[in-house]
Design a protein around this ligand. Sequence first.
Ligand SMILES: Cc1cc2nc3c(=O)[nH]c(=O)nc-3n(C[C@H](O)[C@H](O)[C@H](O)COP(=O)(O)OP(=O)(O)OC[C@H]3O[C@@H](n4cnc5c(N)ncnc54)[C@H](O)[C@@H]3O)c2cc1C
Length: 474
Amino acid sequence: MKTAQFKRIVWFRNDLRIYDNPALFRAAEDQEGVLAVYIICHEMLKNHVVAPARVDFIRRHLLILNQDLAELNISFEIITVNKMSQIKTELQHLIKTHGVEELFFNAEYPLDEFNRDKQVSEVLREDGALVKRFHDRVIIPPGMIRNGKGEPYKVFTAFKNNWMQQARSLPLQVLKKPRVQNEHHHPALTDNKLNAFFENITQRDLSKLWPAGEKEASKRLKKFTKNSIDDYQTARDFPQVEGTSQLSPYLAVGSISPKQCLVAALQESKGDWDSGSAGVKTWIGELVWRDFYQHVVVDFSDVCKFKAMQKHTEAFPWRYDEKSFKAWCDGETGIPLVDAAMLQLKATGWMHNRLRMVVAMFLTKNLQIDWRRGEHYFMTQLIDGDFAANNGGWQWSASTGTDAAPYFRIFNPVSQSQRFDAEGTFIRQYLPALAKLPAKVIHNPPPTPGYPLPIVDLSLSRKETIALFGALKS
Ligand SMILES: Cc1cc2nc3c(=O)[nH]c(=O)nc-3n(C[C@H](O)[C@H](O)[C@H](O)COP(=O)(O)OP(=O)(O)OC[C@H]3O[C@@H](n4cnc5c(N)ncnc54)[C@H](O)[C@@H]3O)c2cc1C
């Protein structure tokens, strides 16, 4: 006879937090026993090119979650599988062993994750278990924002208007820490045991820059909303200034929820959507961008299959030039802002949003290199790597995506540099060879020892790209 030690399982994924976690909260409403599970899938880590910095960030979050769950009397198990197809079998096994009746999880939207969850749900339902799926990764779940014809939006502004209307009537309460009285809970895993699950996975320690955990995420959110959000609209474009929240790594692993971010922002404007500062409104707009791209991967799931959102752009004759691609990755293109940004990515696992757009446009519009290569490289480096936001950002920059930048509007990285890093402070931080150059010339330097000459003619390549895109249109 099986022992019904745990009636419910809560399956943690990119939602590594205790507060405002709907799957955990609902699972914990049962006092008879909740088991928390995290699954490491080697195939997924490899196929989704999860950056070593992000793997380490997840590991550090799990160490904290492990302790937090123990305080709540919730047992925690980590399971490792090689193949995605093994996940359902492992969960099936766990459910049978413990006599579990219900599985709870928060939805993930990219196609692989969606299919994984569908398979798991089907198999477990056949076995008689209930599967309950919640939405925590977005503020408004996919499928809810539709135009008059019931279709998904392909452009951001229309999506945002509809989102704003609906969000105003949402109950924006943040879920509390759950309470559980599991009598049979296991003690927390030891740190050594937990770390051992990650032994064969490449990790990169960026803990000084990015301390892990829900408390750290909340501290950052509080600091940002108290000190910086009001200036966000003006400060957010300057990479040398800490004008943005730097919460993306925490949102990506889910140690903070987008709803917690929205609520904190609205508190700054006393809950009023309209009378808040321009900074508050602009920052909420970024949270809407985040939701938008999560909706896109559900509504236009071809983007999860390496496809361009705008089909006709598949015919663009992308160049496969290894030398230029390597120079871009290594920050050796001879265009200072691009190089400093790429070195920021290498050094910190993160890049400022304006610079992400600048380097993505440079790769796709000046070097004419396939956006998919840039998208892939970003994922190998980013501590905040998130398929939906990354794919959306790349396709926007390459003019192949939803709401894409019109193909003829191409950022000039030198004028972007003059405008947003006028004194060259950011460039100097990452390119010591240029440190002594005056601000006037640093953006487009004369031949300088230790710094490469530009690998491409910006004006010529721009004209070529516009002509090539124009030909596609016609
Ligand atoms: C080519 C490219 C690739 C990108 N790849 C990623 C990625 O892998 N992961 C990721 O989280 N963001 C990505 N972004 C979006 C954006 O650059 C980052 O979210 C932002 O720089 C994170 O810094 P922050 O937390 O200080 O943002 P803030 O300015 O403080 O914004 C708050 C939050 O809003 C969300 N957000 C802000 N801008 C965007 C946006 N344009 N699209 C979607 N969400 C947004 C993020 O979750 C961010 O943390 C990408 C953008 C581009 C152009």
